[in-house]
Design a protein. Structure first.
Length: 59
């Protein structure tokens, strides 16, 4: 298979892809950002809790 045929096949395959709409992309991005912020807050709270527990045990 030569390089030109590869690019032709790739272009044909990309024309068959079902691309998401702009709204679907925005909704997915919003869901990911909310999840990341929530997970960050949970990890921060657990870190704070465990660091205080360790300080209390060692003090």
């Amino acid at each position: 298979m030569n390089l030109i045929q590869y690019f032709r096949d790739s272009r044909a395959e990309l024309s068959r892809v079902s691309w998401p709409s702009r709204q679907q992309v925005l909704d997915g991005t919003q869901a990911v950002l909310i999840f990341v912020v929530a997970l960050t807050l949970i990890v921060f709270a657990l870190d704070l809790l465990f660091s205080n527990l360790i300080k209390a045990v060692l003090a």
